[in-house]
Write a protein of this length. Structure first.
Length: 255
């Protein structure tokens, strides 16, 4: 399995990374993709990738929750790094209207700029869209090119929204929310195709049942894949194999 979204460079994992790695290896997780947040996370993220290059691949982007009036300074760091070396993707980028709606205009501009960089670099984009799924799709659709692809991380939308996303050629990132009793994602999944899905944990956040409320980690991807298999009535090995192939295709230009 491939965890397409985990923040393993955060302080939550400073003390026991070797144990975390051992657990996810034991559960069959072979690779983890690391989305960036802002300039303050770059060094730790790249250090982790440098220590374990066969297991970790870094992305480069500016998280929408780090976008404010002075976001151009943050984007300077992103652009500088994208010009310096290849990254697996431009991410995580997008729109977040859960924490602060007053920065929406800045977020839109930062999102559009980073989409254009991804197009220029021929990289997929990894999209954060909390409480902003329709707005995010509306921004992305006019900017589409035949080559642009990516994943809507932590997808929790309805079937119509899923259709709009997959019609664009983008994947849906399925994580711990699918295991939540009242999350509703399980019902939507019943009408989706495996070819459109990739798996993720968003570690250390959004741990799946039965670990909900605890620190998330890539070994819990097994719980997520089991739930996807249960709600789609598809064999667990087929779920794991197809979502892994989807992730490999998505990041096929991975350096």
């Amino acid at each position: 399995m491939i965890d397409t979204h985990a923040h393993l460079y955060l302080k939550d994992f400073k003390e026991d990374m070797s144990e975390v790695r051992g657990r996810f290896e034991e559960q069959g997780v072979t690779h983890v993709y690391l989305p960036n947040i802002d300039h303050a996370t770059i060094d730790d993220m790249l250090e982790l990738e440098d220590r374990y290059p066969l297991q970790f691949s870094a992305m480069m982007g500016l998280h929408p929750c780090s976008v404010n009036k002075g976001f151009e300074r943050e984007l300077y760091h992103v652009e500088r790094w994208l010009d310096k070396r290849p990254f697996a993707a431009v991410g995580e980028i997008g729109i977040d209207l859960y924490w602060d709606t007053t920065t929406y205009d800045y977020q839109q501009e930062a999102f559009k700029i980073q989409i254009s960089w991804a197009i220029a670099k021929n990289r997929p984009i990894v999209i954060h869209c909390r409480e902003s799924l329709d707005q995010t799709i509306d921004i992305l659709e006019p900017m589409l090119t035949p080559e642009l692809t990516g994943v809507f991380h932590c997808f929790t939308g309805n079937l119509d929204q899923a259709q709009r996303i997959t019609d664009m050629g983008f994947k849906l990132g399925i994580g711990g929310v699918v295991t939540f009793k009242n999350g509703g994602l399980d019902k939507t999944l019943q009408d989706l195709e495996l070819k459109d899905l990739v798996l993720e944990t968003d570690s250390p956040y959004l741990a799946p049942v039965p670990y909900r409320g605890k620190r998330n980690e890539p070994s819990y991807l097994k719980e997520i894949s089991h739930k996807v298999a249960e709600v789609t009535n598809i064999d667990i090995h087929q779920v794991q194999n197809i979502t892994t192939a989807n992730a490999e295709q998505l990041f096929s230009h991975n350096p």
